[in-house]
Design a protein around this ligand. Structure first.
Ligand code: GDP
Ligand code: MG
Length: 341
């Protein structure tokens, strides 16, 4: 029996070291071990709720996460956290702070915090985080919180993985404007104005409200499964004092339970082969997951192809144009030539 199989079998015992080792495998283990872990755990893992927490550095994401953990624990739920490490020197101090804060939960068996480097694997967060979430679900965690720092792609990745994406902002940082520019407001399901004890919280909230109204006025009427549109609620919190956090947890629950925004998928996609309906959100997530994995394999195979060197040389010599070269490179892939795992 392989090491991966042994670890998977031992996961149910609740041993935290076993869990940690499985997470290491999906994060940067060998291809062989990763495959084994995913294939073993996927059929048996219950469906866990994934909550994405995103926003600029310093707005209080970790503090909010911490307060949410406490609220969910009070409800008797088991909570896992995937804290995505930006590998940036600018936030090194904040991450150290995160670690210290998260240690409050260290003695609690119902909480598991895992840091993950954004660049630890090819494909980044998009590839590794869903697999880590699968391991946590198989280990019996009810809620998986994914905290990401930074602006841009990482938020979009989180939104694709999460059932509910929470965008945290704080007064006095120009966050609302920044978020709108980065298109982040569009993927946020719940908006949090944290540090509501600081001046400018009311101003930030009204700024956000205006932006949401403008955004929703642009939506076609009746854009929703039941004819309604989910309008992201704006909640105020003082995370360090757990103020407003019960309301936040309730808003997350309300969102996670409702039907997903249908504009993400065409209606044809919500009907499976047997004619029954499937969870559109999960379908979207699975689609992205499979595509991400397939692209990773493709990049790897094409990248080490000798044909690529020949074609690159031909492009340099102007014998082949780059688009035709790409076509020829793709033509080296033949269905059936590679073993299907
Ligand atoms: N005044 C105030 N400070 C807060 C609040 N939430 C977080 N902070 C502080 O803001 C700083 C950054 O918080 P942190 O959770 O590490 O932010 P992150 O970088 O987004 O994860 C820390 O010093 C926190 O103590 C809050 O609601 N009010
Ligand atoms: Mg943080």
């Amino acid at each position: 029996v392989s090491r991966a199989a042994q670890l998977c079998a031992a996961l149910a015992s609740g041993d935290r070291r076993v869990l940690a080792r499985l997470l290491t495998i999906v994060e940067d283990g060998s291809e062989q071990e990763r495959r084994e872990v995913i294939a073993t755990l996927h059929p048996i893992a219950p469906r866990a709720r994934v909550i994405g927490i995103t926003g600029a550095p310093g707005v209080g994401k970790s503090s909010v996460t911490n307060a949410i953990i406490m609220a969910l624990r009070a409800d008797g739920r088991r909570v896992a956290v995937i804290a995505v490490d930006p590998s940036s020197p600018f936030t090194g101090g904040a991450l150290l702070g995160d670690r210290i804060r998260m240690q409050v939960h260290h003695a609690d068996d119902g909480v598991f915090v895992r840091s993950m480097a954004a660049r630890s694997r090819l494909g980044g967060l998009a590839a590794a985080a869903p697999e880590a979430a699968l391991v946590f679900a198989a280990a019996g965690y009810d809620d998986i919180i994914v905290e990401t720092v930074g602006v841009g792609q990482s938020e979009i990745d989180v939104a694709a993985l999460a059932d509910t994406t929470v965008l945290v902002m704080a007064p006095g940082m120009g966050d609302a404007v920044q978020a709108a520019k980065a298109g982040i407001l569009e993927v946020a399901d719940v908006l949090v104005v944290n540090k509501a004890d600081q001046p400018g919280a009311g101003m930030l909230e009204s700024e956000l409200r205006t932006m949401l109204e403008v955004g929703h006025a642009a939506l076609p009427p009746g854009d929703g499964v039941d004819g309604t549109v989910w309008v992201p609620p704006i909640l105020r919190t003082v995370a360090v004092r757990s103020e407003g956090v019960r309301e936040l947890v309730e808003a997350i629950g309300a969102h996670a339970e409702r039907e997903p925004r249908p504009r993400a998928l065409s209606s044809a996609d919500t009907v499976d082969a047997s004619g029954g309906t499937v969870d559109a959100r999960e379908l979207l997530r699975s689609r992205r997951w499979v595509l991400e994995l397939a692209l990773g394999v493709l990049r790897e195979r094409l990248g080490r192809s000798e044909r690529l060197d020949e074609l690159a040389a031909a492009v340099v010599d102007r014998r082949v144009d780059p688009l035709s070269a790409a076509d020829r490179l793709l033509a080296t892939l033949r269905v059936g030539e590679h073993e299907v795992p």
